[in-house]
Design a protein around this ligand. Sequence first.
Ligand code: SAH
Ligand code: DHB
Ligand code: MG
Length: 223
Amino acid sequence: MTEAAWDVVDDYIKRKLMSAQGAQEETLRFNQRAGLPAIDVSPPLGKLLQLLACLVDARHILEIGTLGGYSTIWLARALGTHGKVVSIDVDRKHLSVARENLVREGLSERVELRLGRARDVLDNLKEENYGPFDFCFIDADKENNAYYFNYAVELSRPGALILIDNVIRAGGVVDPESADEGAQGARRLFDAISADTRVEATALQTVGSKGWDGFLIARVHAK
Ligand code: SAH
Ligand code: DHB
Ligand code: MG
């Protein structure tokens, strides 16, 4: 099967299981017009985020890496009428695009956007005793994934779910010599989690409209 076929199947899943509004086609169009890179999660995987956040009955959600808010909106849809997503991005323009999308979706009340380097904003959240989080989605600069993961575990409740995007990198994760910083970040993440007794984890390879990549999924042990 070719990458073009993966795209066709992703489109089929989208058409069968989501409405145009559900799949946020307007958000994707708006992001494209604003010149944002098309590196949002795919519609099927966005909906997976929503379903998993629903499963853990998430009320407090942490997202690292907002971009135009596409994944943020999927996560916010899991909240029902209670709770909040706090989403961090270092890029002011990305957050202003995200804010417009959230307003259009009627979800701006349920999302707090925080501008800054994720390391700094995480320090602030910790100082403010923000959380604990039920669900964390890590999708920013891949080099820092092990650092963000450790922080996410610290800020999470027992039983929380932590997802990290882009951990397969077209198979680059198994290449110790990979020149892709993202693949090296994924390798450090796997090393860290393999020695981490606070979580149980697996990873899911995916193909689709965004190529060959995958999620790491970890559950914080319930005490
Ligand atoms: N989660 C989004 C895609 C995020 S793309 C979605 O699926 O729709 C990655 C984002 O991480 C970009 O917007 C980029 O500005 C942000 N980013 C990169 N490095 C960062 C850092 N050090 N701190 C915070 N955000 C960062
Ligand atoms: C990139 C970032 C992502 O979050 C993603 O899903 C795909 C690619 C990137 O920085 O290239
Ligand atoms: Mg990503």
